[in-house]
Design a protein around this ligand. Structure first.
Ligand SMILES: [Zn+2]
Length: 412
């Protein structure tokens, strides 16, 4: 392999004809001039179908390619326009880059891979690409990935949830496939209309194919699912139900603490404040000190200890699952209803109201655990990545990293 073919190989443009390669002093970069092979000429940039030539467009264009060693490299070629029957007058397709891109496909894929696997500062420093451009590249790669593998294909059991980002000012609705653990859809907002868009994209046939949908007990989610996928079994996510119990327990603890403070029992108030984590934690995760703390609560504050046991028993319901879980749930409801702790009487009412969904979750063993794990990762992405002044950029990065749309590193 000699001369120009070496350049073609190095730049990943074997499908083009290399005319020459030269070092450009002004920009300190290598510029490789190429032209298309006959069979690749006169194709629409959008659909890549054959189309008659229209004009020379803006003349020659450059695409940033991967660095060669430490030197920046560009491909340069003519960029004529064609007249596509479907897409009108558009710039002709080139085999080495996505339509409208200023970077080669290999460059795009490398940036996307880095964005999914490393820090934003590493991506920027290594590729010498501005943050905004990284966002644009990710969106291109994700759009391309969707065209190859539709994330909405073959869904049967999904989980729906909302997550907050930007300090709770903005929300995303996310949909996760229970069977693959992949993020399949996300959109800005948290309303019935937002979720309706998911079912619009899914279409009636694939909506009808959904067998199970798990969600927290948000009524707006339930309403949309009932309307758009009436055949699907709606499961109330156990994590959220246990979270309600934790909140109720915390309300009881605060009340007891406030009462203690009002009565001038400052040391009791102090001890109760310290008990917060002991009450929150699952018993199997308690430290010895926290065990002691719980024992102290059992001795000194009976209602708070009962509230703790009520929370733990509700957690047991979901650990047991199935028929045993349902039997346990009956017992729990009976106990909670007459426990004379207002927060838990209220919780009993809420659980009873959501009983069909909770039972379905127990019977089908479906929880939003996978959705929660995806949510945790999205929250991490919002923190580490790219400014995210637009939800679109965040969603694209989430789909890239968690939706299975990240391309492999080129050439591996
Ligand atoms: Zn076209």
């Amino acid at each position: 392999m000699r001369g120009v073919r070496v350049w073609a190989r190095l730049l990943g443009v074997e499908r083009a004809i290399v005319e020459d390669a030269a070092f450009e002093e002004e920009t300190g970069s290598l510029v490789v001039r190429v032209r298309l092979r006959r069979r690749d000429r006169n194709r629409c940039g959008v659909c890549r179908r054959r189309a008659p030539g229209y004009d020379a467009g803006d003349g020659r264009r450059r695409w940033r390619a991967l660095d060669l060693g430490t030197t920046k490299a560009y491909l340069e070629a003519a960029a004529p326009r064609v007249q596509c029957a479907a897409h009108g007058v558009v710039v002709a397709a080139v085999p080495w880059a996505r339509h409208g891109a200023g970077h080669t496909r290999v460059f795009d894929d490398t940036v996307a891979w880095l964005a999914a696997h490393t820090s934003k500062s590493a991506v920027g420093a290594l590729t010498r690409v501005a943050r905004r451009t990284v966002g644009a590249i990710i969106r291109r790669v994700v759009a391309d990935g969707r065209a190859v593998r539709d994330p909405l294909a073959g869904l049967a059991r999904i989980g729906i949830d909302e997550i907050s980002y930007r300090r709770g000012q903005r929300y995303l609705v996310v949909v996760v496939d229970h069977d693959t653990g992949r993020l399949v859809w996300a959109a800005d907002g948290r309303s019935e209309r937002t979720l309706e868009r998911f079912f619009d994209e899914l279409g009636p046939e694939r909506s009808a194919a959904l067998t199970h949908v798990s969600a927290d007990a948000a009524e707006w989610i339930e309403r949309v699912v009932r309307r758009r996928a009436p055949e699907a079994v709606l499961c109330t996510d156990p994590f959220h139900v246990v979270a309600w119990a934790t909140e109720a327990l915390d309300a009881v603890r605060r009340e007891v603490w406030n009462a203690a403070r009002r009565h001038g029992e400052t040391s009791l108030a102090q001890d109760l404040k310290g008990a917060r984590f002991a009450l929150w934690k699952n018993p199997e995760d308690l430290t010895e000190r926290q065990h002691t703390k719980l024992a102290w609560i059992a001795e000194t504050n009976e209602p708070l200890y009962r509230a703790y046991l009520l929370k733990e028993e509700l957690r047991m319901v979901f650990a047991l699952r199935g028929v045993d879980g349902i039997r346990f749930l009956d017992g729990w409801l009976a106990w909670a209803r007459r426990c004379r702790i207002p927060a838990f009487v209220e919780l009993a009412r809420k659980v009873a109201k959501n009983r069909p969904g909770i039972e379905a979750a127990l019977v089908h063993g479906l929880s939003n655990a996978r959705v929660e794990s995806v949510n945790t990762k999205i929250r991490l992405l919002t923190r580490v990545a790219f400014g995210f002044h637009s939800a679109k950029a965040l969603i694209a990065l989430a789909m890239l990293s968690l939706g299975g749309l990240c391309p492999p590193l080129p050439g591996r």
